[in-house]
Ligand binder design. Structure first.
Ligand SMILES: O=C(O)/C=C(\CC(=O)C(=O)O)C(=O)O
Length: 305
């Protein structure tokens, strides 16, 4: 099938630089996606955007180029609840990729078990209105209870302004809960302002809540962008991510978010995104927890001694 990209779509950055920051051995890119290829894995009819292709082979090449060892592939909304492209990436990875799926209430136990056998370890609940139609909460609760039996976790994606309304639902989830991109704070607000304090409180009061300190390129207002060799990119995001890393060093994850769906302004050089890491995790110990210990505990617990 032939697909036409959403008008204004930015393709992922070709020829990323080699990062100056050397990731610790065994580092995990814990948030990335595959798109299609559309001819092999068609995009879902209910999608809100049509991306360029971004294949498992291209993802693996990026992983190696950046000096990472493993990936966590998160189901992108352009594939709806058809997880085939993501699962294909896991199955071909030789055990070096795990996944986060999108499922509906109609998923059977046998299908969940097959996903588990392929390397899926979580489901994603998306509350970003421009990306998905509303799924009733009772359906999500039912899914959470079922995937809990498999030892999976729930990944949640939402905008900071919606946290007060979603608080009761999130704090009642029975599994580990991983928040995408720090709950998308408005970084023009103070880092100790009311909005971000609520997010910090969510993590402080709920030991099962983790956060990805990813996507500065999505959150930044002032930049400068990770382009043209910039070593201090997205400075306005640094205090937010660094606060979370330093306050909750054992519950943070990092990911490239390649191939960066729906960016409107610029497409970052992924090598320079890796160079962003020491700004938010300034010590070797914090870097090891963020990039190795934490993702390994969540996604490859059987390899923990
Ligand atoms: O890649 C991300 O994490 C963020 C996305 C896209 C997304 O979540 C999806 O399509 O599933 C966004 O803000 O548009």
């Amino acid at each position: 099938m032939q697909f036409e990209k959403t008008p204004g779509w930015l393709d992922w950055y070709q020829g990323p630089s080699k990062p100056r920051f050397k990731a610790p051995a065994g580092a995990v890119d814990a948030h990335c996606h595959v798109f299609g290829p559309g001819a092999e894995f068609p995009f879902a009819p209910e999608r809100k955007y049509t991306p360029c292709d971004a294949s498992k082979r291209q993802l693996t090449a990026l992983r190696d180029h950046l000096g990472f060892a493993r990936n966590v592939v998160v189901q992108a909304t352009c594939h709806g609840a058809d997880n085939s492209a993501m699962i294909d990436a896991l199955v071909s990875s030789g055990g070096r990729a795990r996944g986060v799926a999108t499922v509906k209430r109609s998923v059977s136990d046998a299908e969940l078990q097959a996903m588990h056998d392929s390397g899926v370890r979580g489901v994603r609940f998306n509350f970003v209105k421009r990306l998905v139609d509303f799924t009733p909460k009772d359906e999500l609760v039912e899914i959470a209870e079922r995937i809990k039996q498999l030892g999976w976790h729930v990944v949640i994606y939402f905008e900071a302004v919606d946290l007060p309304e979603l608080w009761d639902f999130f704090t009642a989830l029975p599994t580990t809960v991983v928040v995408d991109h720090m709950g998308r704070p408005d970084v023009t607000e103070p880092v100790d302002g009311e909005e971000f304090e609520l997010f910090v409180r969510l993590m402080r009061e709920h030991g099962n809540v983790w956060s990805k300190v990813s996507c500065p390129e999505r959150l930044s207002v002032s930049g400068p962008p990770a382009l043209h060799g910039e070593q201090r990119a997205y400075r306005d995001v640094v205090p937010f991510a660094r606060r979370i890393v330093e306050s909750f060093p054992d519950r943070v994850l990092w990911g490239t978010d390649w191939p960066h769906p729906n960016l409107k302004d610029h497409m970052p050089d992924d090598g320079l995104l890796v160079d962003f890491i020491p700004q938010i995790a300034p010590t070797a110990e914090l870097q090891r927890k963020l990039l190795v210990d934490n993702p390994m505990r969540l996604y490859w617990p059987e390899e923990q001694s």
